[in-house]
Design a protein around this ligand. Structure first.
Ligand SMILES: NC(=O)c1ccc[n+]([C@@H]2O[C@H](COP(=O)([O-])OP(=O)(O)OC[C@H]3O[C@@H](n4cnc5c(N)ncnc54)[C@H](O)[C@@H]3O)[C@@H](O)[C@H]2O)c1
Length: 260
């Protein structure tokens, strides 16, 4: 086993399912101690048990990304449990499918808090730990929706666009302290959020027709890109958005499967 992240402590938000779960499992397999951050207590504890049963190190911490004190406590709990903190992965997010006039003010604030403000707050409380090391990492999960619009998801699109610029700002201001900050922007990935958002299998198949690669991505595909950005293999890379989308954003239009 390569154990690329042996001895590193990784905080992963939205770790109970989907892409976050894939990221947590990847880091655990690579030898890291992983703090599993989520509101889903049952799924989070089950994942922790599963990782431990495979010889990995992980602990679930309940944290509501909508609450500053909850984020602060999850960082403190992580450091208390594992003794340090090297990597933050801001993955947790919510998606509402509705037009802007249908949003309540509370829903807007909730979405911005979870998808965007939580990145600020996790950094705020993790900074004093991250700055102790010669190199530390933050990876924020954006989306193809960080770059192009999509119907009936205005808050999601706005928050994911902002994730990219916040990533650049952190990268610029903290590079001198050895803290690198990058984003990974997934395309269509097989998770509970995708199924909730797209609803029907036929809708997912229709959207996949716009992907030159033609395949639905797996959480592990996204996780390995996160791992790359947190490893020495990506030394010198900071402030970038790594798009992992099977070619979705490379083309304005794709009819799929045609001979060139
Ligand atoms: N699945 C896709 O196709 C896709 C595409 C592009 C980007 N993304 C991004 O990838 C990330 C993960 O998405 P996913 O598809 O795995 O989503 P998901 O809904 O399957 O999982 C998200 C996780 O975040 C957690 N979460 C939600 N609100 C929370 C809160 N207030 N506090 C703590 N945890 C909370 C959920 O409990 C869940 O475990 C998100 O940032 C999403 O925007 C996903």
């Amino acid at each position: 086993m390569s154990q690329k992240f042996n001895g590193k402590v990784v905080w992963v938000s939205g770790a109970a399912q989907g892409i976050g779960r894939g990221i947590a499992e990847y880091f655990a397999e690579e030898g890291a101690m992983v703090a599993l951050i989520d509101i889903k207590v049952k799924e989070g504890n089950e994942l922790s048990d599963d990782i431990k049963s495979k010889g990995g190190t992980a602990e679930f911490f309940y944290c509501d990304l909508n609450e500053e004190t909850s984020i602060q406590r999850s960082i403190a709990d992580t450091v208390e449990r594992f003794g340090d903190l090297h990597i933050l992965v801001n993955n947790g997010a919510v998606n509402f499918v509705k037009c802007l006039h249908e949003y309540s003010s509370e829903e807007w604030d909730w979405q911005m808090n979870v998808n965007l403000k939580a990145i600020f707050l996790s950094f705020k409380y993790a900074y004093m730990h991250l700055r102790k090391h010669t190199s530390s990492h933050i990876v924020n999960i954006g989306s193809v929706s960080s770059f192009v619009g999509q119907a009936k998801t205005p808050g999601y699109i706005a928050s994911k666009g902002a994730v990219i610029m916040l990533t650049k700002s952190i990268a610029i201001d903290y590079a001198c302290e050895g803290i690198r900050c990058n984003a990974v922007c997934p395309g269509i990935t097989d998770t509970p959020m995708l199924k909730e958002h797209m609803g029907r299998e036929s809708d997912i198949r229709e959207r996949l027709r716009r992907v030159p690669g033609g395949q639905i991505l797996k959480p592990g595909d996204i996780a390995r890109s996160v791992g790359y950005l947190c490893s020495d293999d990506s030394a010198g890379i900071t402030g970038v958005s790594l798009i992992v989308d099977g070619g979705y954003l490379a083309t304005a239009e794709w009819k799929g499967g045609e001979e060139v």
